[in-house]
Every structure is written in C-alpha cells, then in structure tokens.
Design a protein around this ligand. Structure first.
Ligand code: ATP
Ligand code: MG
Length: 663
C-alpha cells in the first residue's frame, strides 16, 4: 500500500478542496497557487475513500498535462489503483465515447480522424473545384470559418459568403462519405450522442461518477454542454481555473463558463487559493502589475510566499539573431552554476520566431525540445508513415489508404484512385474492399492490377507478422525499406539540411512506434494518440534539453529560468489583436508567460527582426510601460557586449605589457 498524498503538503484552503469530495466544487485562483496540485491530491483522496479508479475522470488541456497528472496520482496511490483512472483531453474523451457509441449516430464503427495537412489539402481541392483555379481563398481561412460555424452549432449553409458555404457543405459531405470526422466533429458528435441517446448517456454517467476539469477557463460552449450531459445529479464535478489565464478566446473559449458555473451546477462550493508557491516576489509583482490593466476581471488576491528574488530583466536587442545568440550564450554560462538544460524555457508568441533560436541552439550544440509549434505528427513524411501503420492496423479506414496507395509512386495513379473511390461509393463499401474486388479489378490494365495486388499482399503480410507478435515499429520499418521510402523521400529534398531533418523525422517516428509497443500499448492506441496530438508529446517529448515553447502551450507549466522573446508591438500584442479587439487576451498571454518562471525571468525585444527573409524595424511592445519599474532591471545588448569587449581589451593590454616586461 502506498503512502497516499501528504496532507501536510497542502495549505488550509487546498485541504478544504481536497476533502470536499461530493457535489460541485469550483476552485478559482491565480497562477501558481497550487490548483493543479490540489486537484491531483483530490483524485488520490477519492481513491483512498473507496471510489473505484474506473469511475474517476480528469480532463486537462493537453496530452502532456494529462500524462503528468496521471503520473502524479500513480505516485501517490500506487500503480495498481492509479492505472485505471481516465486522465485525458476533451478530444480524447470524445474519441473514447465515439469509439464505443458512434454507430448510434449512423456512422460505421471504424471511423478516421481528419486533421492537419490532410484537412487543408481536402479544403484546397474543394476551393479549386468550386471556385476555379484563380480564386483567392486561403484554405486556413475557410477552415476556421467552418470550424467556427460548426462549434457554434449553426448549419454550414448559414456561412455568409456563398462560396465558402458551398465549400463547407461539400467538405462535410466528403467527410461523411469517407466515414471520417474532424476535430470539431469529435466534440460535436460526442456531445450529440450523449444528448440524443439515453442509454449511451446513462452508460457514461455511470462510468464517470467523479469528474475533474483543470484549466476550466479555456473550455468553450460545446465542451460545457458536453459536461452537462456527462455529469448528472448529485453533480460530482470539480473544476479549477483562473479567468486571468483565459487565452483561447479565438477558439471560442468562454470565460463565462467559469464566471457562471453556478448556473450550470447548483450550489457549488467555491474555494479560493491566494498564495503563489511558484514564483519569486519580483516575478509576481511584475505579473500582477501587468494583469491589473485588464478590464472586467474578477479582482483576486495573489500573494507571494518567496520574498524578493532577482529583478525581472528587460533587455533590448539590435536584432533577432543577437537575441537568440545572447540567450544561448547565457544558458551556456549559467549552466556552469549547476543548472541543467531542463531548467530553461524560451517562450514565444508566434511560430515565426522559433527558427532563429533553433539555429543558435544547434550551432552551440545545445539539445532542445519543441512544444506547441507545428505538430510533429503533421509533417508530411511522418503522416505517410503513420498512414502505413494505419493501413496495417485497420484497412477499413479509407483516408490513410488513399494517402499511401501511390506514395511512393508504384503505378497506382490518380485515375485509378478516383475510380476506386467512385466504385466504393456506389457499392457502399470501403476502398480496401474495392481494391480486392475482382469486378473492380477486371476493368483495369494488367499492370495496374499487378501493382494493386502487390501492395495488398505487402500490407497483409505486415498485418500477419504483427498478429504473430512482432513489434509493429519493426514491421513498418521493414516495409518502408522494401519500398525504398527513404530514397524516394531524399529525392524530394532540396538541401542537405532538409534531408537530415526528414530522415531524422522518419527514424523518430519508427522509434516512437517501436517504443510504444514495447511499453505494452497496442498499435491502435498509439495511432489514436498521434491523431489527437496537438502538442507533440509522448516519448518524443521526453527528450531532454532546453524547452522551446509557445505561450499558448506553456499554460500550466513551470521552469526555474524563463526567457520571453520578442516583446514587440505586432508580436505581443499580436497585430491581429488590434484589428480584432483582443488586446486583453494578449495581456493575459503575457501574464501566463511571466507566471511560468520560478526564479529568473528575462524579457527581450529587438530593434529589427527578419520576417519572410526581409529585415524589418520593430517597435517595443506597448505592454512594456505596464511592467512595474521597481521590480525591473533594464539592460541594453550593446552595453552588455561593450562592457565585455572592453574587459577583453584590457586583459589583452595587460597580458601584452606582462609579456613585454618578461622579455
Ligand atoms: P497554473 O495557474 O500555472 O496552472 P497552478 O495553480 O495549477 O498553476 P500548481 O502547478 O499546482 O499551480 O503549483 C505551482 C507550484 O507550487 C508547484 O511547484 C507546486 O508543487 C507548488 N505548490 C502548490 N501548493 C503548495 C503548497 N501548499 N506548499 C508548497 N508548494 C506548493
Ligand atoms: Mg495548473
């Protein structure tokens, strides 16, 4: 029997939250006050009070935080009891629900998830098909229109622009025809199947009798409705959040959910936590000074427990290359004080800022890991490999099958694929079935038939080997070798650098499948997680090194030393926020960024920055005047470097003198 959680590690208000196991609980508190620690202890308290782990669900914002929370609870209550807990994101919760119950909504049981590049590709095709090749519509914009409309529960025909509406309808039909769903559908169908089917609802309500939601401020209307379907009287639901850290307004998150919790779940116990255990006083003073400028927020206490601390530094830089190099040099020299690379995080507002820092880190041979930028699983070569794995795991999924049918080219061209799609529609069957359908094959040339047969045979061989117990990673890898995948991929690369990254991505993907299987996961589980991955995680994230992370992805995390780069007008606040009137949300992002730091916080801004290959002048962020002067130390790159240079010169001068005297 493990020790359980240590009640003395909690303050009075936290203990109160941990003890209150029944009925609705709302924990409303500022950054770093131990919200996550409290709900984690609360989950272990549930288990210690005899609640079965199967009945406990915790919803978090990223897979990464879900993993961390699950690990912490397991540490407290032991593997045996902890393992059966469900700790996941809203999307993976819905995936679970739909895997069991999607047939109630008329879908076939085995469905595919359409996301990332596949989704953009499909939209791009539809734009051309419906609007002609000359039409100037960006797939990303169309996608976000569709997503907004779907999440708001409105019919796609209500989209104002006629062409976009037409594309949206075609897109949805196409998904439906392929028995595929996108990320929005996951939530929409998850909620719908609970709402429309009493038996399904009863099953899941009974399954998850105790529900916890971390980062509740970022739930949107649909997620709130899902919770209402899932949680029945006596409403054993505990939510924690901080309205000052609501940073997903652009995705439809509604702070109203937290501010009006009482409306949805009656008579909640409301608990406030007011002591910050994470950051030094200096860091907190600056954070509080910034967030105070937001209007319409709930005033709340946030007191430091670690007095004083190093002043927060604000450093002006001539350009982004200097910014990156300076940080890297500093990390290198601070390491000598006994810090490890994992202590450092570099925070960004936009993906465009990351490349130059990556470059400096590489030059200095400092390992790093990246979180929240372009999803690893969305890279083309990674997608290809995962699709191969999917074809092996589940040949009934049309999407991955179509993706790899002629990748690398094996003589099954577009015309054949289209014919297979048409045939499958007519017969109402999957593409795999069509490809093995003698009537279909009879109309093709012998050459094409041979190519198809050989592909099917290879896939079946791979499937048999896995069924016989071989590691799927090894099997996939051997198939890739057999088809000369790497050679084909290398031929598409323009530079040696591109070759290296893509080759690395291939071996990382294969390795992550192999490791997952070694750890006892099934290939299907692994693929589900990869499909839902929005913030590269799993084994890949366990890589050590400095963390490069977007402000959005940094939520909930903490690091001893933090650099926030690019505190410039147009970056933070982002230029879109001016047009869209979301300056307050940008300020919350800055607040989230500052409150990630435990000991040392440095913010930098540049006079010039290279954008799209062109050097552009930059203005300091209009948030800078909001930083509390008493707790800020301003520095200038030229002064710092100048001082160092003259030291060196002096040393050079004296050693020269000494040398002369010795002669
Ligand atoms: P965020 O708003 O960023 O999500 P949070 O409120 O969830 O923060 P935690 O991450 O749970 O805060 O805790 C912040 C830090 O404070 C952690 O390092 C945690 O271990 C520590 N901590 C929490 N409660 C206490 C306590 N009572 N005594 C000492 N340290 C604590
Ligand atoms: Mg937290």
């Amino acid at each position: 029997m493990s020790a359980g959680f240590d009640i003395t590690s909690l303050n009075k208000a936290q203990r109160e939250a941990v003890m209150c196991l029944n009925g609705p609980v709302l924990i409303l508190a500022g950054a770093g006050t131990g919200k996550t620690r409290t709900v984690t202890c609360r989950m272990s308290a549930l288990l210690e009070n005899g609640v079965a782990a199967e009945n406990v669900l915790a919803v978090t914002f990223t897979n990464k935080s879900a993993n961390e929370m699950a690990e912490r609870v397991i540490d407290m209550v032991g593997k045996k009891r902890g393992k059966a807990l469900t700790v996941c994101t809203f999307h993976s919760l819905c995936l679970r629900i739909l895997k069991r119950d999607i047939t109630a909504l008329g879908y076939r049981k085995k469905f595919a998830i359409m996301a990332g590049g596949d989704q953009t590709g499909m939209i791009r095709q539809l734009i051309v098909r419906k609007g002609g090749a000359k039409i100037n519509l960006k797939p990303g914009e169309v996608m976000s229109e569709i997503s907004k409309c779907k999440s708001a529960g409105k019919p796609l025909t209500s989209i104002q622009d006629d062409l976009v509406a037409e594309i949206a309808v075609a897109y949805q039909n196409e998904l439906r025809a392929q028995n595929a769903i996108d990320f929005d559908d996951l939530l929409i169908l998850g909620e719908r199947v609970l709402r429309e089917h009493a038996d399904v609802r009863a099953y899941w309500q009974d399954r998850f009798r105790f529900v916890t939601v971390d980062e509740f401020q970022d739930t949107n209307g649909l997620q709130m409705q899902l919770l209402q379907q899932l949680v029945a009287a006596p409403y054993n639901i505990c939510v924690v959040g901080d309205d000052d850290q609501s940073i997903y307004g652009w995705r439809g998150a509604e702070v109203a959910n937290i501010l009006q919790f009482e409306k949805f779940f009656p008579d909640p116990k409301i608990i406030r936590l007011e002591e910050n255990y994470r950051s030094s006083q200096a860091i907190l003073e600056v954070a509080n000074g910034v967030i105070k400028n937001n209007t319409g927020r709930r005033e709340k206490e946030l007191r430091y427990t670690i007095p004083g601390g190093d002043l927060v530094r604000l450093v002006s830089m001539p350009g982004d290359k200097e910014e990156a190099d300076w940080i890297v040099t500093e990390i290198n020299s601070t390491r000598e004080d006994g810090r490890v690379l994992e202590d450092f995080a570099i925070l960004f507002r936009t993906n465009g800022q990351i490349r130059v820092v990556e470059e400096s880190l590489r030059e200095a041979k400092i390992p790093y890991r990246m979180v929240g930028a372009q999803s690893f699983y969305d890279r083309k070569e990674v997608k290809d490999i995962l699709s191969y794995a999917q074809v092996i795991d589940n040949p009934d999924l049309d999407l991955p099958l179509l993706r790899v049918l002629n990748t690398p080219p094996r003589g099954i061209g577009n015309t054949t694929s289209m014919a297979a799609v048409e045939w499958s529609r007519e017969k109402d069957q999957g593409i795999w079935k069509t490809l093995t359908d003698e009537d279909f094959l009879a109309q093709l040339s012998t050459k094409v038939v041979t190519a198809i047969r050989s592909f099917i045979e290879q896939a079946e061989k791979a499937r048999r080997r896995i069924v016989d117990g071989e590691n799927a990673g090894v099997v996939v890898n051997e198939w890739l070798i057999e088809m000369d995948f790497i050679e084909w991929l290398m031929r598409q690369c323009k530079t040696d650098k591109e070759k290296d990254t893509r080759r690395e991505a291939v071996s990382e993907t294969v390795a992550s499948i192999t490791n997952a299987i070694k750890k006892g996961k099934s290939l299907g589980d692994f693929l589900d997680r990869a499909a839902l991955d929005t913030d590269r995680d799993d084994d890949l994230d366990k890589k050590s090194g400095v963390t490069l992370i977007t402000l959005h992805a940094a939520k909930g995390l903490e690091y001893p030393v933090v650099y926030l780069v690019g505190l410039e007008e147009g970056i933070l606040p982002h230029k879109r926020s001016v047009e869209e009137g979301t300056r307050d949300e940008e300020r919350r992002l800055l607040y989230v960024g500052i409150t990630r730091a435990k000991e040392r916080m440095t913010m930098t801004y540049c006079s010039t920055r290279v954008k799209w290959g062109k050097e552009e002048a930059c203005e300091p962020s209009s948030f800078i005047p909001e930083l509390k002067e008493d707790w800020i130390q301003e520095e200038d790159y030229d002064d710092i470097m100048g001082a160092e240079a003259s030291d060196d010169e002096l040393r050079g001068f004296f050693s020269g003198m000494a040398a002369m005297l010795e002669e």
